[in-house]
Design a protein around this ligand. Sequence first.
Ligand code: ZN
Length: 246
Amino acid sequence: MRYLIISDIHANLTAFETVLEDAGKLGEDYDFVWCLGDVVGYGPDPNECVELLRSMPHLCLAGNHDWAALGRLDIRSFNTDARRAVTWTRETLTDNNLAYLEALPTTFVLGDFTLAHGSPREPVWEYILDPLIATMNFPHYQTTYCLVGHTHTPITFKMSDNGSETESIQPVYNKPLRLDKKRQIINPGSVGQPRDQDPRAAYAFLDMELMTWEYRRIPYDIEAVQKRMRGFDLPERLVNRIAHGW
Ligand code: ZN
């Protein structure tokens, strides 16, 4: 079984479609999609992204922006731009798509993999930004591997054999890497709003038979997305940031 791993689409349909084209054919190049949350928020195409995801065999986790769109969170803690985008997203989503987001789980375990949007300790909220935060999260899940999104940065945090140290490993693209049975927390990066100074859409493949992980990156038509965002009067700061990858 080959999984397409995506996260943080953030209502960016152009990036999402480009990733799917680059990933190849469902049923040939991959069999199932794991989406690590934040399907909506920031971008101009919330309904289209939810519906495209729903058209594929997939499992999706709840992200903080999905919850924000449902009105489950107090968005006073969000900055002004994020708040405006959340309000627009909430008003734009259809009842049917809101009901879909409502039903998303916060964690999921299959075989040797645990999935969460933010972290196993705080599935919707926590950012695993560095080896220290990763170290504190290892006791909070039982499997060897944990897949997370939320930081919009592709990275792997790997625990040493004696558990005393955690190493952070930068992604290498287009090269399947063997999963070596060491406990690790892996982030595929973000489809629709990368924040690692690289504006290209990020995703990954997980091959359960070969036990390999492959990071991927693909450029997409950013200007087309910016044009739609301006058309909906979404905040200019959010329009600009997708061109710079932050
Ligand atoms: Zn996000």
